[in-house]
Design a protein around this ligand. Structure first.
Ligand code: PDD
Length: 284
Protein backbone atom coordinates (compact mmCIF):
# COMPACT_ATOMS: atom_id res chain seq x y z
CA UNK A 1 0.00 0.00 0.00
CA UNK A 2 1.36 3.40 -0.95
CA UNK A 3 1.92 5.94 1.77
CA UNK A 4 0.98 9.55 1.57
CA UNK A 5 4.09 11.70 1.87
CA UNK A 6 4.29 15.43 2.58
CA UNK A 7 6.55 17.54 0.34
CA UNK A 8 6.61 21.33 0.49
CA UNK A 9 2.91 22.00 0.85
CA UNK A 10 1.52 18.89 -0.84
CA UNK A 11 0.31 15.52 0.43
CA UNK A 12 1.22 13.08 -2.36
CA UNK A 13 1.35 9.33 -3.09
CA UNK A 14 4.95 8.32 -2.28
CA UNK A 15 5.78 7.59 -5.94
CA UNK A 16 4.95 11.22 -6.80
CA UNK A 17 6.84 12.78 -3.88
CA UNK A 18 9.96 14.34 -5.42
CA UNK A 19 12.76 16.76 -4.54
CA UNK A 20 15.13 18.62 -6.89
CA UNK A 21 18.54 17.07 -7.69
CA UNK A 22 19.89 20.52 -6.75
CA UNK A 23 18.47 20.25 -3.26
CA UNK A 24 21.31 20.88 -0.80
CA UNK A 25 20.12 18.02 1.35
CA UNK A 26 20.99 15.72 -1.56
CA UNK A 27 24.24 17.48 -2.59
CA UNK A 28 25.73 18.43 0.80
CA UNK A 29 23.66 16.66 3.48
CA UNK A 30 22.74 20.29 4.24
CA UNK A 31 19.65 19.21 6.11
CA UNK A 32 18.40 18.38 9.58
CA UNK A 33 15.77 15.92 10.72
CA UNK A 34 13.64 14.66 13.56
CA UNK A 35 11.96 11.35 14.29
CA UNK A 36 8.91 11.34 16.57
CA UNK A 37 7.16 8.22 17.78
CA UNK A 38 3.41 7.75 17.34
CA UNK A 39 1.30 5.75 19.79
CA UNK A 40 -2.45 5.42 19.32
CA UNK A 41 -2.27 7.93 16.45
CA UNK A 42 -0.70 10.55 18.76
CA UNK A 43 2.78 12.10 18.80
CA UNK A 44 5.16 11.31 21.67
CA UNK A 45 7.11 14.23 23.20
CA UNK A 46 6.82 16.05 19.88
CA UNK A 47 7.19 19.58 21.27
CA UNK A 48 10.67 18.61 22.51
CA UNK A 49 11.56 17.22 19.07
CA UNK A 50 10.42 20.43 17.39
CA UNK A 51 12.37 22.52 19.91
CA UNK A 52 15.51 20.52 19.02
CA UNK A 53 14.71 20.97 15.31
CA UNK A 54 14.63 24.70 15.89
CA UNK A 55 17.99 24.53 17.65
CA UNK A 56 19.54 22.47 14.80
CA UNK A 57 18.23 25.01 12.26
CA UNK A 58 19.60 27.95 14.25
CA UNK A 59 23.04 26.31 14.64
CA UNK A 60 23.23 26.01 10.85
CA UNK A 61 21.69 29.39 10.03
CA UNK A 62 18.91 27.60 8.17
CA UNK A 63 15.45 29.11 7.75
CA UNK A 64 12.57 27.32 9.42
CA UNK A 65 9.83 26.00 7.11
CA UNK A 66 7.11 26.91 9.62
CA UNK A 67 6.20 27.47 13.24
CA UNK A 68 5.98 24.62 15.70
CA UNK A 69 2.17 24.75 15.51
CA UNK A 70 2.22 24.66 11.70
CA UNK A 71 4.60 21.70 11.59
CA UNK A 72 2.64 19.83 14.26
CA UNK A 73 -0.58 20.36 12.29
CA UNK A 74 1.11 18.89 9.19
CA UNK A 75 2.44 15.91 11.17
CA UNK A 76 -1.07 15.25 12.51
CA UNK A 77 -2.59 15.55 9.05
CA UNK A 78 -0.01 13.07 7.72
CA UNK A 79 -0.77 10.62 10.56
CA UNK A 80 -4.49 10.91 9.74
CA UNK A 81 -4.02 10.52 5.98
CA UNK A 82 -1.91 7.39 6.53
CA UNK A 83 -4.22 6.08 9.22
CA UNK A 84 -1.12 5.54 11.38
CA UNK A 85 -1.82 4.01 14.76
CA UNK A 86 1.73 3.15 15.86
CA UNK A 87 5.10 3.97 14.36
CA UNK A 88 7.20 6.99 13.46
CA UNK A 89 6.91 10.32 11.74
CA UNK A 90 10.15 11.34 10.02
CA UNK A 91 10.60 14.98 9.09
CA UNK A 92 13.47 16.61 7.27
CA UNK A 93 14.25 20.22 6.56
CA UNK A 94 16.85 21.09 3.94
CA UNK A 95 18.29 24.47 3.03
CA UNK A 96 16.54 24.07 -0.31
CA UNK A 97 17.57 23.88 -3.96
CA UNK A 98 20.31 26.08 -5.47
CA UNK A 99 23.09 25.67 -8.04
CA UNK A 100 25.94 23.68 -6.50
CA UNK A 101 28.16 25.99 -4.48
CA UNK A 102 29.51 25.41 -0.98
CA UNK A 103 28.45 28.80 0.40
CA UNK A 104 24.93 29.04 1.74
CA UNK A 105 22.63 30.40 -1.01
CA UNK A 106 20.86 33.65 -0.10
CA UNK A 107 17.58 33.02 -1.86
CA UNK A 108 16.89 29.28 -1.40
CA UNK A 109 13.61 28.41 0.31
CA UNK A 110 13.84 25.56 2.84
CA UNK A 111 12.30 22.21 1.87
CA UNK A 112 10.13 20.27 4.29
CA UNK A 113 9.55 16.57 3.73
CA UNK A 114 7.70 14.19 6.03
CA UNK A 115 6.71 10.55 5.90
CA UNK A 116 5.35 7.93 8.26
CA UNK A 117 6.68 4.45 9.09
CA UNK A 118 4.21 1.96 10.57
CA UNK A 119 5.87 -0.28 13.16
CA UNK A 120 5.32 -1.68 16.60
CA UNK A 121 7.12 0.63 18.99
CA UNK A 122 5.49 -0.33 22.30
CA UNK A 123 5.36 -4.15 22.14
CA UNK A 124 8.65 -4.46 20.28
CA UNK A 125 9.76 -8.12 20.59
CA UNK A 126 13.44 -7.07 20.42
CA UNK A 127 13.02 -5.31 23.77
CA UNK A 128 12.07 -8.67 25.32
CA UNK A 129 15.41 -10.24 24.37
CA UNK A 130 17.61 -7.13 24.33
CA UNK A 131 20.33 -6.50 21.78
CA UNK A 132 24.07 -6.96 21.58
CA UNK A 133 26.31 -4.04 20.64
CA UNK A 134 29.86 -3.77 19.35
CA UNK A 135 32.11 -0.79 20.00
CA UNK A 136 33.50 1.03 16.96
CA UNK A 137 35.85 4.01 16.60
CA UNK A 138 34.10 7.41 16.61
CA UNK A 139 34.55 8.73 13.08
CA UNK A 140 31.71 11.25 12.95
CA UNK A 141 32.13 15.02 12.79
CA UNK A 142 32.42 17.18 15.90
CA UNK A 143 28.92 18.72 16.00
CA UNK A 144 26.92 15.64 16.89
CA UNK A 145 24.54 17.86 18.85
CA UNK A 146 23.14 19.05 15.50
CA UNK A 147 20.76 16.42 14.11
CA UNK A 148 21.92 16.47 10.50
CA UNK A 149 21.17 13.88 7.84
CA UNK A 150 24.94 13.30 7.40
CA UNK A 151 24.54 9.76 8.72
CA UNK A 152 27.00 7.71 6.67
CA UNK A 153 29.24 7.01 9.69
CA UNK A 154 26.17 5.70 11.54
CA UNK A 155 25.24 3.52 8.53
CA UNK A 156 28.81 2.14 8.43
CA UNK A 157 28.72 1.44 12.18
CA UNK A 158 25.43 -0.43 11.82
CA UNK A 159 26.89 -2.47 8.94
CA UNK A 160 29.91 -3.33 11.12
CA UNK A 161 27.51 -4.41 13.87
CA UNK A 162 25.51 -6.53 11.45
CA UNK A 163 28.66 -8.22 10.11
CA UNK A 164 29.64 -9.06 13.71
CA UNK A 165 26.17 -10.51 14.37
CA UNK A 166 25.31 -7.62 16.72
CA UNK A 167 22.23 -5.42 16.83
CA UNK A 168 23.93 -2.04 17.06
CA UNK A 169 27.21 -0.19 17.55
CA UNK A 170 28.42 2.20 20.23
CA UNK A 171 30.99 4.80 19.20
CA UNK A 172 34.19 5.16 21.26
CA UNK A 173 36.34 8.30 21.22
CA UNK A 174 39.57 8.75 23.23
CA UNK A 175 38.74 5.60 25.17
CA UNK A 176 35.20 6.65 26.14
CA UNK A 177 31.77 5.75 24.74
CA UNK A 178 30.12 8.74 23.11
CA UNK A 179 26.73 7.28 22.17
CA UNK A 180 25.05 4.60 20.06
CA UNK A 181 24.88 4.85 16.28
CA UNK A 182 21.33 6.21 16.54
CA UNK A 183 20.67 6.36 20.28
CA UNK A 184 22.13 7.43 23.62
CA UNK A 185 24.06 4.88 25.69
CA UNK A 186 23.51 4.10 29.38
CA UNK A 187 25.05 1.60 31.79
CA UNK A 188 23.78 0.51 35.20
CA UNK A 189 26.52 -0.04 37.77
CA UNK A 190 26.36 -2.96 40.19
CA UNK A 191 25.20 -0.54 42.93
CA UNK A 192 22.21 0.45 40.75
CA UNK A 193 23.58 3.87 39.71
CA UNK A 194 23.01 4.82 36.07
CA UNK A 195 25.79 6.38 34.02
CA UNK A 196 25.35 8.23 30.74
CA UNK A 197 27.60 10.73 29.00
CA UNK A 198 26.94 14.38 29.82
CA UNK A 199 25.51 16.73 27.17
CA UNK A 200 28.02 18.49 24.92
CA UNK A 201 28.68 18.89 21.21
CA UNK A 202 29.96 15.28 21.26
CA UNK A 203 26.53 13.64 21.44
CA UNK A 204 22.98 14.24 20.32
CA UNK A 205 20.86 15.70 23.10
CA UNK A 206 18.38 12.86 23.05
CA UNK A 207 14.76 13.61 23.81
CA UNK A 208 14.24 10.08 25.15
CA UNK A 209 17.44 10.40 27.21
CA UNK A 210 16.00 13.51 28.86
CA UNK A 211 12.65 11.83 29.57
CA UNK A 212 14.40 8.77 31.06
CA UNK A 213 16.53 11.01 33.28
CA UNK A 214 13.33 12.70 34.53
CA UNK A 215 11.87 9.24 35.26
CA UNK A 216 15.01 8.35 37.24
CA UNK A 217 14.60 11.49 39.34
CA UNK A 218 10.96 10.59 39.99
CA UNK A 219 11.83 7.00 40.90
CA UNK A 220 14.82 7.91 43.06
CA UNK A 221 17.32 6.20 40.74
CA UNK A 222 20.77 7.82 41.03
CA UNK A 223 22.35 9.02 37.79
CA UNK A 224 25.87 10.13 36.98
CA UNK A 225 26.29 12.20 33.81
CA UNK A 226 29.88 11.49 32.81
CA UNK A 227 31.82 9.58 30.17
CA UNK A 228 32.36 5.84 30.69
CA UNK A 229 34.79 3.45 29.03
CA UNK A 230 33.91 0.18 27.25
CA UNK A 231 35.81 -1.57 30.10
CA UNK A 232 33.51 -0.01 32.68
CA UNK A 233 30.54 -1.05 30.54
CA UNK A 234 31.83 -4.65 30.39
CA UNK A 235 31.71 -4.76 34.20
CA UNK A 236 28.28 -3.10 34.46
CA UNK A 237 25.22 -4.91 35.80
CA UNK A 238 23.13 -3.77 32.83
CA UNK A 239 23.14 -1.50 29.84
CA UNK A 240 20.57 0.05 27.54
CA UNK A 241 20.13 2.67 24.85
CA UNK A 242 17.44 5.30 24.36
CA UNK A 243 15.84 6.76 21.24
CA UNK A 244 12.50 7.90 19.87
CA UNK A 245 12.32 4.81 17.66
CA UNK A 246 13.31 2.13 20.19
CA UNK A 247 12.46 3.91 23.48
CA UNK A 248 14.50 2.10 26.17
CA UNK A 249 16.31 -0.82 24.48
CA UNK A 250 18.08 -3.29 26.81
CA UNK A 251 21.66 -4.17 25.82
CA UNK A 252 22.66 -7.68 26.91
CA UNK A 253 26.11 -7.98 25.34
CA UNK A 254 28.89 -5.46 24.64
CA UNK A 255 31.65 -6.75 22.36
CA UNK A 256 32.28 -10.25 23.73
CA UNK A 257 31.07 -9.53 27.29
CA UNK A 258 27.65 -10.80 28.32
CA UNK A 259 25.72 -8.55 30.74
CA UNK A 260 22.90 -9.42 33.15
CA UNK A 261 23.11 -13.10 32.18
CA UNK A 262 22.25 -12.28 28.59
CA UNK A 263 18.71 -11.08 29.35
CA UNK A 264 17.31 -7.55 29.85
CA UNK A 265 18.16 -6.37 33.36
CA UNK A 266 15.52 -5.23 35.87
CA UNK A 267 16.43 -1.52 35.73
CA UNK A 268 16.27 -1.35 31.92
CA UNK A 269 13.05 -3.36 31.87
CA UNK A 270 11.46 -1.11 34.51
CA UNK A 271 12.52 2.10 32.77
CA UNK A 272 11.15 0.79 29.48
CA UNK A 273 7.79 -0.01 31.09
CA UNK A 274 7.65 3.39 32.81
CA UNK A 275 8.66 5.21 29.63
CA UNK A 276 6.02 3.46 27.50
CA UNK A 277 3.39 4.21 30.17
CA UNK A 278 4.35 7.87 30.25
CA UNK A 279 4.57 8.14 26.45
CA UNK A 280 1.12 6.61 26.06
CA UNK A 281 -0.31 8.97 28.66
CA UNK A 282 1.29 12.18 27.39
CA UNK A 283 1.09 11.54 23.61
CA UNK A 284 -0.93 14.26 21.87
N1 PDD B 1 18.06 8.77 16.21
N2 PDD B 1 21.97 9.81 19.25
C1 PDD B 1 21.91 9.72 17.91
C2 PDD B 1 23.17 9.75 17.13
C3 PDD B 1 20.66 9.59 17.26
O1 PDD B 1 20.60 9.50 15.93
C4 PDD B 1 19.47 9.52 18.05
C5 PDD B 1 18.12 9.41 17.43
C6 PDD B 1 19.61 9.62 19.45
C7 PDD B 1 18.41 9.57 20.37
O2 PDD B 1 17.68 10.77 20.32
P1 PDD B 1 16.11 10.80 20.59
O3 PDD B 1 15.89 10.17 21.92
O4 PDD B 1 15.77 12.23 20.58
O5 PDD B 1 15.48 9.99 19.47
C8 PDD B 1 20.87 9.77 20.01
C9 PDD B 1 16.80 8.69 15.47
C10 PDD B 1 15.74 7.93 16.18
C11 PDD B 1 17.08 8.20 14.05
O6 PDD B 1 18.07 8.64 13.52
O7 PDD B 1 16.28 7.42 13.51
Amino acid sequence: MSRTVYVNGDFLPEADAKISVFDRGFLFADAVYEVSAVIGGKLVDNAAHLARLDRSLKELGMASPGTGEEITALQRELIAQNDLDEGLVYLQVTRGAADRDFGYPKDAAPSLVMFTQARTVTDNPTAETGISVVTVPEIRWQRRDIKTVGLLAACMAKETAKAAGAGDAWFVEDGYVTEGSSNNAFIVKTDGTLVTRQLSTEILHGITRKAVIALCEREGITLEERPFTPEEAYEAAEAFSTSASAFVMPVVKIDDRILSNGAPGPVAAKLRTLYVEMARELAE
